[in-house]
Design a protein around this ligand. Structure first.
Ligand SMILES: [Zn+2]
Length: 267
């Protein structure tokens, strides 16, 4: 069973514009056209059984529609795609929306500190983190460097570690192996914190060395490591091959490719 914990899809109507814009910002040629249909085709080609589609409310007020769409995707593609919900921290009803996310049955939430303009350790985020922990909603954070905000990292490993320790019941999935292009800091500050999960998205593209990855994994619970591709920004075939090269046992590789995610998602 292979689960890709980090993919992005967009509603058909907005996909061309959204993907076009992000392709320019990132300088990366997308691997899909961003639609659910094309993501399912790519999933078929790469041997991924279940895709986790991460949605982000980039403005307050978007979350209601995004979460309803996510619920519809989960229902329509049961067993193949699951979609996470989102809230914008500046939305006046963010806390109520988290309760609605739980009622809708969405398996998790994604927050993007760079796109949503907050520092991960800001105290105004604490009520949201408390609610996520209390509702037992696993939460993905974009972590480390981002091409959208290249000069200011909104979720550096040192601050993500502070939040994880302040909210020990919050399951924090720090995308991009704990912090894109900040991996020395992941080793120093994040590795070993039990409520932190990490996905492998973009580790291959940005060339996280197996030596450093091995040091991080030696300190961190291996059951908290999840395959991610960031598809359409990395070909999942490349992400899977990268995991297969990690300096861990075959059983552990299998767990990273699928069963760790299945357990976290309660599938
Ligand atoms: Zn992503």
């Amino acid at each position: 069973m292979i689960v890709d914990f980090h993919t992005h899809t967009f509603p058909d109507k907005v996909a061309p514009k959204a993907i076009g814009k992000l392709a320019v910002i990132s300088g990366i040629t997308p691997y899909t056209d961003g639609t659910v249909a094309d993501t399912l085709v790519s999933q078929g080609k790469t041997g991924v059984d279940v895709c986790v589609c991460l949605n982000i409310a980039t403005a307050p007020g978007q979350e209601h529609t995004i979460n309803n769409t996510a619920a519809a995707i989960c229902e329509e593609h049961k067993g193949h795609l699951v979609a996470f919900g989102s809230v914008h921290p500046e939305s006046p009803n963010a806390l109520e929306e988290l309760e609605r996310i739980k009622e809708l049955g969405l398996p998790g939430v994604k927050l993007h500190p760079d796109y949503q303009n907050f520092m991960v350790d800001e105290s105004r985020m604490d009520p949201i983190y408390d609610a996520l922990a209390q509702l037992e909603i696993p939460t993905v954070f974009h972590s480390g460097w981002d091409c959208y905000s290249p000069d200011k990292v909104h979720c550096p490993p040192v601050l993500a570690a502070k939040v994880a320790k302040r909210h020990p019941k919050l399951k924090m999935i720090l995308a991009h192996f704990g912090g894109l292009r900040r991996w020395e800091d992941v080793l120093d500050y994040v590795a070993g914190i039990p409520n932190v999960y990490m996905d492998t998205a973009m580790a291959a593209t940005y060339e996280l060395s197996y030596e450093l990855a091995g040091k991080i994994l030696a300190k961190h619970p291996l059951e908290n490591i999840l395959l991610g591709s960031d598809c359409p920004w990395e070909d999942p075939t490349k992400s899977i091959a990268w995991v297969e090269g990690l300096p861990v046992s075959d059983d552990q590789k299998e767990a990273i490719l699928g069963s760790n995610a299945m357990r976290l998602l309660g599938l």
